[in-house]
Every structure is written in structure tokens, then in C-alpha cells.
Design a protein around this ligand. Structure first.
Ligand code: ADP
Length: 343
């Protein structure tokens, strides 16, 4: 099959990504800020694989959205000198689609599957022999005449990303030789990311203003970059050449971002739990419908940070807000009669 055709096949299943986001991705491991332990482990494995002239073992990256999973997958391809192909489990409808993608891979290519915990059982079964022994099983014919044909694959590296490593099946998880967990970023790391991105976007920003943005970036590089771009919009229309802390704070206020980095929706969610449900517990489905949002969006994009900094807690009965959340919002948690009778 010719190369242009192969690329077209990959495009069909590739998942969308904002061009702005692509432009800010670090291209090599030494440009990737933070995650020192993860970087160290990955760097040793990459150097060892290059030294042995073998493909890198399959890599599983887990952690909340926006921490750099896709970026690291691209970096793996660049460091190994292979091509990068990106797809996501929901985009891979039929097992045949995945089988076809696997047969199109060249030696040292990286196949990145985002949201890998959402793969169907049939897709997983295609992956097992592909990851372990480098072949896929095709069934040719039907009924009594059906025959299994083994198709060999070129040595490739699968990089799977997940926001829920606990939802991965044990057989799939065990086939990743390198299992890495991304952590939230600290303030100096995020400040460095803001300054790096400002440089790439041609934005002048003072050290203190970069720290102001970092402080409100929910410990997440994607959020830091997003805030920087929106503040740059204000700087453009107001003809401001250098972003200083005062200007950044004013713009953040207009964007509805508060001192902890909470958005309007975060604050609405916490207020609902505190005022309408007396601090909770309240089920995610109820919250999603009252906020007119997808459950998935709340669970993936809003909760992880609020759980991490102790504004919200997850219990088997539902979400519970903490005193810290009430104090931050200037509210009071008033337990209802049933809750009072429990104390
Ligand atoms: P994920 O796949 O985990 O959702 P991405 O890899 O898409 O996250 O990262 C989101 C954005 O954050 C990217 O545009 C990238 O530029 C930036 N980013 C993520 N991690 C880092 C990092 N460690 N250093 C610099 N920029 C980063």
C-alpha cells in the first residue's frame, strides 16, 4: 500500500486536536517540563531500546486531562525516530479498523491510542497478540470453512493514554511493559511552562505575571496555556506590550477565573452541593443535569483538580463539598435534619 493511502487511513481515525495546542507541545524529552521521575524512567528505557536497536516496549500513560500524555507519546516517536500516529478508542469503531491500522505501521512507529480504557473487548483481543507477539489474527471465511490467518506486524510501540487506569482490564494493562503515571504540576514548573509558551507565541510577560497565571492554572499545563492565550487576546485588543501581574489579574477576573483557578462552572457546582444539598452527598447524574453538562465533562475536566486540592470529596453516595470549599466561596454548610440526626 502506498504511503499517501496509508496516511489517509490514519487520518480517518485520528482524533482532533487544536492547532494552537500542537504548536506549544515540547518536541523532545529535555524540553518537557516537570515530571522528573517519569522522565528519568522513560529516558532510560528509550536509551536502552536505541542502544539495543529494538523498539521501545509498550507504554501506558495515566493521569488527568491536560498533563502531557499526548505530548509524551509524540516525544517517544521523536526520540525513537519513528512516525507518530494518533487515534482514540472511541474513534476505533470496529475491530477491523484497528487491525488495518496495525498492518499499516512501519518499524519504530508509535501508535497512540487515547482513552484506551474505552476500547471494546473485540479491539482489545486484536491488541493482545499484536502487542505481545507482533502479529494479528484474521478470520477468513465463515462457519466450518473459517480459518485463522496470522498476519505479522512490523515492530512498533503502542502508547496508550488513560484518565482512568483503574478501568483498564488486567490483561490489557499487563501487556504494557512501561507503566507511567503523570502527576499534577507545581508552581515553579507551571511558571516555566507559561514562560516557554509565551516565548513561542511571541508574548512578552514578566516573571511575576507568569507566576500569577501559573497559580490559577489548576496544576495543569493545558490550563496554563489556555489562560495565557486568553490573556494575550486582552493584551492584543488593549495594545499592551508586556503582560504584568496587574494586567494578568484583571484579565483573569474578566475570564471568571478566581484565586484558586476555579471557573464559573466549578463555583456553580460547589455552590449547588453546599446550598441545595446541604454539603452533599449528591450523585454525579443529578449534578450533571442541574448544571446542564455531560457527566463525562464534570468527571474529567472539573472534578480531578477540586478533589486534588480538597474542595470536593467522592463518597459511594455521591459528591460532598468540604469546609474549605464553603470558606473559599464565602458560604456556610448547613446540614439538613437527617444529617443533623447523624451527629
Ligand atoms: P493530555 O494528552 O494529557 O490531555 P497534552 O499532552 O495534550 O495533555 O498537553 C496539553 C498541552 O499542555 C499541550 O499543548 C502541551 O503543550 C502542554 N504541556 C503538557 N505537558 C507539558 C510539559 N510537561 N511541558 C510543557 N508543556 C506541556
Amino acid at each position: 500500500m502506498s504511503v499517501p493511502e496509508a496516511n489517509k487511513d490514519f487520518d480517518e481515525f485520528s482524533h482532533d486536536e487544536a492547532p494552537e495546542e500542537k504548536a506549544l507541545r515540547p518536541g523532545r524529552l529535555d524540553e518537557f517540563v516537570g515530571q522528573p521521575l517519569l522522565k528519568d524512567r522513560l529516558s532510560v528505557s528509550i536509551r536502552a531500546a536505541l542502544h539495543r536497536k529494538e523498539p521501545l516496549d509498550h507504554v501506558l500513560l495515566s493521569g488527568p486531562p491536560g498533563l502531557g500524555k499526548t505530548t509524551l507519546a509524540c516525544i517517544v516517536a521523536a526520540e525513537m525516530g519513528g512516525r507518530f500516529h494518533s487515534t482514540s478508542a472511541p474513534a476505533l469503531g470496529r475491530p477491523g479498523d484497528l487491525a488495518r491500522l496495525l498492518t499499516l505501521l512501519e518499524k519504530d512507529d508509535v501508535l497512540f491510542i487515547d482513552e484506551i480504557h474505552r476500547l471494546t473487548r473485540q479491539c482489545e483481543e486484536i491488541l493482545y497478540p499484536a502487542m505481545e507477539d507482533g502479529f494479528i489474527d484474521f478470520i477468513v471465511g465463515e462457519g466450518m470453512a473459517a480459518q485463522s490467518v496470522k498476519v505479522p506486524l512490523k515492530p512498533f510501540t503502542l502508547v496508550g493514554a488513560t484518565t482512568r487506569s483503574g478501568s483498564l482490564t488486567a490483561p490489557l494493562k499487563s501487556r504494557f511493559g512501561i507503566d507511567l503515571k503523570l502527576e499534577f504540576y507545581d508552581l515553579p514548573e507551571l511558571t516555566k511552562i507559561v514562560k516557554r509558551s509565551a516565548g513561542l507565541l511571541g508574548v512578552q510577560i514578566s516573571e511575576n505575571a507568569a507566576a500569577v497565571i501559573a497559580e490559577r492554572a489548576r496544576m495543569t499545563p493545558r490550563a496554563a496555556n489556555r489562560l495565557l492565550r486568553r490573556i494575550r487576546d486582552y493584551a492584543t485588543v488593549e495594545n499592551v506590550n508586556i503582560i504584568e501581574p496587574d494586567f494578568a489579574l484583571r484579565a483573569l477576573g474578566k475570564l471568571g477565573i478566581d484565586s484558586l483557578g476555579l471557573t464559573d462552572l466549578d463555583r456553580k457546582l460547589l455552590t449547588l452541593v453546599i446550598e441545595r444539598y446541604h454539603g452533599g452527598p449528591v450523585g454525579i447524574r443529578t449534578l450533571a443535569s442541574l448544571l446542564d453538562e455531560e457527566e463525562h465533562t464534570i468527571e474529567e475536566d472539573h472534578e480531578p483538580f477540586m478533589l486534588r486540592i480538597g474542595l470536593l470529596e467522592k463518597t459511594p453516595q455521591g459528591r460532598v463539598s468540604t469546609q474549605k470549599a464553603a470558606i473559599h466561596l464565602g458560604l456556610k454548610i448547613v446540614p439538613n435534619e437527617i444529617q443533623q440526626s447523624l451527629f
